[in-house]
Design a protein around this ligand. Structure first.
Ligand code: MTE
Ligand code: MO
Length: 410
């Protein structure tokens, strides 16, 4: 009877032989009926949902840091999120002077500088313009920055890579707004400024502004979260997080960059010869196995789905390859469809660990033909002075007791 049932269930699920063997292994020999259903009424309807009390996953931040928490960052639990969308409540946070409280009834966006007609938009006026929704990731270019110098053996995927998240963003193309203002043909840059205490600002090339930049007010179907820039944020698809100015209050059209703090002393790449590479906007292709990953323990011989995310600031992910034998062989992972440009791309790979110590890793290729390089290759070109823009392969070391740790340290 039991055999009969499990066979028909396997048929129903359409699983291959390897998978169904694993399933059988996890089934108990005598299946007992599920516990009696509760008879009391459940909870009432509510105006705004919240998660089950049994769920505890959270953003990570260092509670004991000397940096005031208003200037710190929090990281997405990549190992505990599914699919490609990051819940807004778990989107990573990075801000330099805290989250301002802005009233959308009084907040405005001013566009001025080299324009024929300077304009001030209210939030409501922006919402009345033709809108677009796009699914894009935002990644801080400091994500996995510690790995340049070998990282920590203790670290997990959330702490190393949690400064990337992916949402559906809704707003107005910047090109629509700039056309309304009549841009001077000499103009080549636009300064974007936030309304937070530090007046966070970045100079953005005009070409990007006219190409796919957006002023967004929506995140995953509802207004932006305060942490993500409520009520208005600049979204620059595929460009380093820092340039996606939150709490946007001003766009100044110019014919040169402003050379603000965030594009001179910070967010530049110190090269081996001591010079600094500036305006490294586009994020290069990157992928990570998120589950199982650092901190998890594998069981020898048990079925295990390796899953993770890949993304690129240039176009679309076309393939993700997995190695489970320390780079000797690579095999293609399955990509969740649809694969969207400049968005997290979920990959999955069925596996069974044989109980021997090894290294597992993923590497991705994007639609420009670029393949994510090993970290050692990046270090050869860029030295060890860098803090930003590490898109090197993340290796996870599996010890013979099944424990997984950061494998980037040789
Ligand atoms: N106004 C303002 N915009 C800002 C910042 C800030 O401190 N102030 N931080 C930047 C940095 S460094 C990053 S990585 C992203 C983080 O976006 P998130 O907090 O929505 O994840 O916002 C960018 N935009
Ligand atoms: Mo950042």
């Amino acid at each position: 009877m039991q055999n009969e049932r499990s066979r028909s269930r396997r048929w129903f699920l359409g699983l291959g032989a390897a998978w169904s063997a694993a399933l059988v292994a996890c089934q108990s020999k005598t299946a007992s009926p599920p516990p009696a259903e509760p008879r009391a009424l459940g909870a009432a309807v509510s105006p705004y949902g919240s998660r089950s009390k049994f769920e505890k996953t959270a953003r990570y931040f260092n509670q004991n840091t000397k940096v005031p928490l208003e200037e710190a960052s929090s990281r997405t639990p990549l190992h505990e999120t599914y699919g490609i969308i990051t819940p807004s409540s778990l989107h990573f946070e990075r801000h330099h002077s805290g989250v301002p409280e802005l009233d959308p009834a009084t907040h405005t966006l001013t566009i001025h500088g080299l324009v024929g007609r300077p304009l001030v938009f209210s939030v409501d006026e922006l919402k009345q313009l033709p809108s677009k929704s796009r699914i894009h990731f935002i990644e801080c270019s400091g994500n996995s920055g510690g790995e340049w110098r070998g990282g920590s053996t203790e670290s997990d995927v959330q702490r190393i890579h949690g400064l990337t998240s992916c949402s559906e963003w809704t707003g107005v193309p910047v090109s629509t707004l700039l056309r309304e203002c009549g841009v001077d043909p000499k103009a080549t840059w636009v300064l974007a400024e936030g309304a937070d205490a530090s007046k966070h600002d970045r100079s953005i090339p005009m070409k990007k502004m006219m190409d796919d930049a957006m002023v967004v007010y929506g995140q995953n179907g509802e207004p932006l979260r305060p942490e993500q820039g409520y009520p208005l944020r600049l979204l620059l698809p595929g460009w380093e997080g820092n340039s996606n100015v939150k709490w946007l209050r001003r766009l100044k059209v110019m014919n040169e960059p402003a050379m603000s703090r965030e594009e001179t002393s910070k967010y530049t790449d110190l090269m081996p010869d001591g010079s600094a590479r500036q305006f490294t906007f586009e994020l290069e292709a990157k992928s990570i196995i998120t589950r199982p990953s650092g901190g998890d323990t594998l069981v020898a011989g048990a079925f295990c789905e390796l899953t993770g995310i890949a993304w690129t600031g240039r176009g679309t992910i076309v393939s993700v390859e997995i190695t489970t034998d320390a780079g000797a062989t690579w095999a293609k992972a399955e990509l969740q469809t649809p694969v969207l440009p400049i968005a997290h791309t979920r990959f999955r790979f069925p596996w069974k660990w044989d109980g021997k110590d090894t290294v597992m890793a993923s590497r991705c290729t994007d639609s420009t033909g670029y393949t994510q390089p090993p970290l050692t290759e990046l270090i050869t070109v860029r030295g060890m002075n860098s803090q930003y823009h590490n898109n090197g392969i993340q290796a996870w070391k599996v010890a013979s007791d099944g424990k997984i740790t950061n494998g980037n340290r040789a």
